[in-house]
Design a protein around this ligand. Structure first.
Ligand code: ADP
Ligand code: ADP
Length: 237
């Protein structure tokens, strides 16, 4: 049961400077991510990982191939029809992307406001999410009063607000120290196991993949150069 499937996907950015050349950020990538996977995508800076994420959540349009999210080819969808697809994908980021002028509770509530969830329901859901990530006592705090690990837990609560079936983690632990990284990865693992959320982990750190992922694709220069079970890909016979 594929949740995300890429078939021969390419993304070419037009030349930015006059006389410059177009950039092939994604080059004929095919990838199948099954329901319940914790799927790691690893590669050096410039390999195409962020572009891949932006294609999957339709922030960016591909220039070739097919991207199926829960069976629907998103390349063919209008902006309007993309809305429910995006609502089914939660995102967490390296720099957390919290709104600093809003409280923790208001940050978590934000996607629910966008989805026009009634106030009473929103408040109940936010309370439930903050309890889940262990931040009930920080509901009225502002992001700049929190540690990095706490900020990322707010980011996770916000990403889960609309109950997505897919969670995209883009370098989500890269700004955190090792201990906090471990905490956040443990929380992601629980989300995968308890709620059956499929998690896609983008990182340049091998440790992150080995701690949490079951499958991995290694990217280089826009291509997938190796893929498989984490154990097989990273064991050196
Ligand atoms: P990674 O996330 O693995 O670091 P990216 O997806 O950010 O890789 O970048 C892949 C390639 O695409 C790089 O060569 C980068 O310079 C280029 N690229 C990324 N975004 C753009 C853009 N908006 N316009 C032009 N080139 C881009
Ligand atoms: P403002 O309306 O104050 O300009 P934005 O709506 O542009 O704020 O959001 C600021 C940041 O918060 C962005 O970087 C964005 O990634 C993040 N963000 C906003 N809404 C959501 C959401 N529903 N889910 C995840 N991230 C969000």
């Amino acid at each position: 049961n594929a949740v995300v499937e890429l078939r021969g996907v390419s993304k070419v950015y037009p030349a930015t400077a006059k006389g410059g050349s177009p950039v092939v950020a994604i080059d004929d990538v095919s990838l199948t991510i099954e329901a319940g996977d914790v799927y790691g995508i690893i590669g050096y800076s410039g390999a195409g990982k962020s572009t891949l994420v932006r294609l999957v959540n339709a922030l960016e349009r591909s220039t070739g191939g097919e991207i199926l999210v829960n069976g629907t080819d998103i390349a063919a969808l209008s902006e309007r029809d993309l809305r429910p697809v995006r609502a089914g994908i939660g995102m967490i980021f390296q720099q957390f992307n919290l709104l600093n002028s809003r409280t923790v509770a208001a940050n978590v509530s934000y996607p629910l406001e966008v989805a026009r969830v009634p106030k009473a329901e929103r408040q109940a859901r936010v309370a439930e999410l903050l309890a889940f990530v262990g931040l009930s006592d920080k509901a009225k705090a502002y992001p700049d009063q929190l540690s990095g690990g706490q900020k990322q837990r707010v980011g996770i609560a916000r990403a889960l607000a609309t109950s997505p079936s897919i969670l995209l983690a883009d370098e989500a632990t890269s700004a955190l120290d090792p201990e906090t990284t471990h905490e956040v990865l443990t929380l992601l693992k629980r989300i995968n196991q308890e709620f059956g959320v499929t998690i896609i982990v983008i990182t340049h750190e091998m440790d992150v993949i080995q701690t949490i992922a079951t499958k991995v694709a290694v990217m280089d220069q826009g291509r997938v150069i190796e893929r498989g079970d984490v154990f097989d890909v990273f064991s050196n016979p």
